[in-house]
Ligand binder design. Structure first.
Ligand code: NAG
Ligand code: NAG
Ligand code: NAG
Ligand code: NAG
Ligand code: NAG
Length: 333
């Protein structure tokens, strides 16, 4: 192995410490961090915190840390800090370990691990909500010039299969440091909440943070288990269809034009799909394009309808869903 740059400096640094403060045949022993705690700092969010070991010798050893999340989902990363924030579901509990590490590669020193955990919140099995799904949608904001777009949120779920009839559910979302409780629920015939609508939220139209959703509940007959889910915005964003679609034929040329959908993303961030349906022959053609216009050669005795749909392209965020098709526009004889 060839060691260069900062890695070499760290290695030399560790060697210098060894020479300065330890006898030649004494080995540097890395002690594990102390006072490792896991604190819930928000909905589906925890802060891991630890302190360097006060008994570490020599005193000027400056270790980094390796953090291992054991549950609910395994993860593993390194940091120079003595704390770390994680977005994670908490309804099945949470557990993590941390160790001190020093130096690069195979000569790296590592302390033993220290661990901490959060217990799963109480609740009877089968009482938490199931099949929680959420979608977001962007609307133009008529009221203020501060934010030209607003993001709405809609979530639905199924009542837990063993939840008592008097169960009531409550939904909360967190985006960044903002948390809100649902104000507009839809109910089933037993008046239990089964869907929620936020006409406006703190979600950012071009945001990349996780959306955390928490649904808990209450009943006179059972403790209702809460449920958390993290959503990636690109995967749940219901993109609006393109605006102002027009189509006209001139001889055998069919030209179609449209505007970008209502969206916080700029014009260059969209992919489109155009569908041209030949009504007389009963078949259609679809084309994928990245501009706002399309010309096709058609047979001038047929009648057609035209639809366009949009998606945010992968140059602007990870790919997600197509919009609905625009309303059909009829052209031709
Ligand atoms: C660890 O916690 C104990 C008890 O709260 C405290 O007395 C001690 O100073 C802490 N150690 C460090 C290094 O922060
Ligand atoms: C709920 O989700 C489960 C597991 O993903 C699925 O098998 C089931 O069909 C869903 N139920 C409904 C009513 O959508
Ligand atoms: C803006 O106005 C339109 C039409 O009047 C309405 O449908 C839409 O919900 C309004 N948007 C907001 C964010 O209030
Ligand atoms: C549900 O969760 C919210 C947010 O964490 C909390 O304020 C509320 O007390 C919880 N309600 C129940 C019934 O557990
Ligand atoms: C759509 O057409 C209407 C009426 O012609 C116009 O006022 C509006 O600005 C157009 N929208 C876009 C996004 O170009």
């Amino acid at each position: 192995m060839i060691i260069t740059g900062p890695a070499l400096l760290i290695l030399l640094g560790a060697a210098a410490i060894l020479q300065a403060e330890l006898l030649p045949d004494e080995k540097l022993l890395l002690l594990p961090p102390v006072n490792f705690t896991i604190k819930v700092t928000g909905l589906a969010q925890v802060l891991l915190h630890w302190e360097p070991n006060p008994d570490q010798k020599p005193r000027n050893v400056n270790p980094e840390y390796r953090v291992k999340i054991n549950a609910p989902q395994e993860d593993d990363y390194e940091t120079r800090n003595t704390e770390s924030k994680c977005a994670t579901m908490l309804h099945r509990g949470f557990s993590a370990s941390v160790q001190a590490i020093l130096g690069p590669g195979p000569s790296r020193l590592a302390s033993s691990w220290v661990s901490a955990e959060l217990k799963a919140p109480p609740g009877s099995p089968g009482t938490s909500v199931a099949n929680l799904t959420c979608t977001t949608n962007t609307v133009a904001d008529n009221c203020t010039h501060l934010r030209p777009y607003q993001v709405s949120l809609h979530c639905t779920w199924l009542v837990g299969k063993d939840a008592p009839e008097d169960t009531q559910y409550f939904l909360y979302y967190r985006y960044g440091s903002w948390t809100e409780e649902c104000q507009e629920y839809s109910k089933d015939t037993l008046k239990r909440n089964i869907a929620c609508w936020f006409p406006r939220t703190f979600i950012h139209g071009k945001g990349r943070d996780w959306l955390a959703v928490h649904v808990n509940g209450s009943s006179k007959h059972a403790v209702i288990k809460p449920f958390d889910q993290l959503f990636a915005l690109h995967a749940i964003d219901q993109v609006n269809p393109p605006l102002n679609v027009t189509a006209e034929t001139e001889g055998t040329h069919l030209s179609i034009q449209w505007e970008k959908p209502v969206s916080a993303f700029p014009t260059h961030c969209f992919d489109y799909e155009v569908k041209i349906y030949n009504i007389r022959k009963g078949y259609f053609q679809t084309e994928k394009i990245t501009t706002n216009a399309f010309v096709s050669v058609v047979d001038d005795v047929s009648k057609y309808y035209v639809q366009v749909r949009a998606a945010v392209s992968s140059t602007c965020r990870p790919s997600g869903l197509w919009s609905q098709w625009s309303r059909p526009l009829y052209v031709g004889e």
